[in-house]
Design a protein around this ligand. Structure first.
Ligand code: URP
Ligand code: ZN
Ligand code: ZN
Ligand code: ZN
Length: 472
């Protein structure tokens, strides 16, 4: 069905203007004024911004971790994402050593297939590089369109890969045209520090943060960046939480290395003191890297503003407080790591970033959508408002004031990490390929309607060009 969106302010990564959009067959087919089309439904976006749907490059939906499984799956997780203005997620497909990559990817397809209400794609975790993996990777890229590989430098004896694996992954990714993503923390030293803390009877949630100090994130980030330079490859550092890591990324970029950095809303507005909440409530804020001392927030905001960090992911990895986070009572190392963030990613960046003058509205679009589409091979089908692009759109009220709460959120978990936070701005309606998923704040989507996205290879040149501008 044709639709015309009228009276809204269109925002892309480069432009802000009053214009109308014509949507046909799921795509934007005209941008202009006084548009008309026979049989088109008129959607009034008066007083609202209209921007490209958010792309969340970092989610863990239906993921087994820490002796349990994340509470949000591809249904509740993508519904919550849609309410928050996200129309595409790229989730991490876990792999097991010795098993075919195809099997792992099949498992992830099964998880998402009948559940996702928005479009989705996968990154592939690399746990080893051997002849079998090297044989399979070209197929993963060509057949599955998976063009980003994830290496964990932490979680010893669980996900952690060694330096040789990371280096070989960087070399292979360069040859094949994939972007390497790293969880950058020094897992070996963390393992030593956590064991020592437990021996000393230090079992509370705060010791999660104290045994994973920022030096170890900075060190691992720098190491990965140096390897990238040596391999002449490309690197994306996920969930940057602190000054030490942001500095290493800036240093690498100054040398001309192809290194990119993502931060997450939690690191921009919450701090380490949350882990000290009484009655074990600190466990709600246990994820890795941990929350940092508050002064780091200014460094991260500044890095987003100046382009030293380029994207915002949620690192959605949700566990109930009751029954799941509680697994770690008396031993902080048993608290499942992760938080429920997917729904509030855009609003927090808008409210704390745009409204408070830390970043521009166009930067907001770039950080939540356009840059991510370019890095992960989805641009210009996704990540912008342009003729020919998918009509993935958010109609956003920039003035509404509200309070974030678990009582009103759509994630399946029993708490919200931002409980009680006053924010300005809210998605009113969200469209995926021209169909409403959220309409006037009501869910109208359908589980299984989300499509799997095969992505293009990583291309450094497409990173350097300007975002596609509106042609009116
Ligand atoms: O604590 C976190 N971040 N859990 C999800 C897995 C990861 O490290 O991203
Ligand atoms: Zn991680
Ligand atoms: Zn260095
Ligand atoms: Zn993660």
């Amino acid at each position: 069905m044709k639709k015309i969106i009228k009276n809204g302010t269109i925002v892309t990564a480069t432009d802000t203007c009053e214009a109308e959009l014509l949507i046909e067959d799921g795509k934007i087919t005209q941008i202009g004024s006084n548009l008309s089309a026979v049989g088109a439904e008129i959607i009034d976006a008066k007083g609202c911004l209209v921007f490209p749907g958010g792309i969340d490059p970092h989610t863990h939906l239906d993921m087994p971790f820490g002796g349990t499984v994340t509470k949000d799956d591809f249904e509740s997780g993508t519904i919550a994402a849609a309410f928050g203005g996200t129309t595409t997620v790229i989730d991490f497909c876990l792999t097991n050593k010795g098993e075919p990559l195809k099997k792992a990817i099949q498992t992830w397809h099964e998880k998402a297939k009948d559940k996702a209400v928005i479009d989705y794609s996968f990154h592939l975790m690399i746990s080893e590089i051997n002849d079998n993996v090297l044989k399979e990777l070209p197929q993963v890229i060509e057949e599955e369109g998976i063009t980003s590989f994830k290496v964990f430098m932490a979680y010893k004896n669980v996900f952690q890969a060694d330096d040789e694996t990371l280096f070989k992954t960087l070399v292979t990714a360069k040859e094949l045209g994939a972007l390497v993503m790293v969880h950058a923390e020094n897992g070996d030293v963390i393992d030593y520090l956590t064991k020592k803390a437990l021996e000393e009877g230090k079992t509370d949630p705060i010791y999660h943060a104290l045994t994973r100090p920022p030096e170890l994130e900075g060190e691992a980030t720098g190491r990965a960046a140096h390897f990238t330079g040596l391999a002449n490859s490309q690197l994306y550092v996920v969930h940057v939480s602190c000054a030490e890591a942001a500095e290493k990324i800036a240093e690498a970029r100054k040398k001309g290395y192809d290194v990119w950095g993502e931060t997450c809303p939690q690191y921009l507005v919450l701090d380490q003191s949350y882990l000290e909440k009484p009655n074990f409530e600190g466990a709600k804020y246990v994820w890795s890297p941990p929350l940092r001392e508050k002064w780091n927030q200014d460094v991260l905001w500044n890095a987003l503003r100046t382009g030293q960090l380029q994207t915002l992911g949620s690192d959605q990895c949700s566990f109930d407080f009751k029954g799941q986070k509680e697994l770690g009572r008396g031993d902080f190392t048993k608290i499942p790591n992760g938080g429920p963030i997917i729904e509030d990613r855009l609003t927090i960046l808008f409210s704390e970033g745009v409204k408070k003058g830390r970043i521009s509205l166009n930067q907001f679009v770039d950080i939540t959508s356009t840059r991510i589409a370019k890095l992960f091979g989805l641009f210009p089908k996704k990540g912008t408002i342009a003729v020919g692009a998918d009509a993935d759109l958010v109609i956003f009220d920039p003035n509404i004031e509200r309070v974030i709460s678990a009582e009103t959120h759509h994630m399946a978990v029993d708490y919200n990490a931002f409980e009680g936070m006053k924010v300005t701005g809210e998605p009113v309606s969200v469209l995926v390929r021209g169909e409403f998923v959220v309409r006037d704040k009501q869910f109208v989507g359908k589980p299984g309607s989300g499509q799997y996205l095969k992505r293009a290879k990583y291309n450094v040149n497409s990173q350097l060009t300007q975002s596609q501008t509106l042609s009116i």
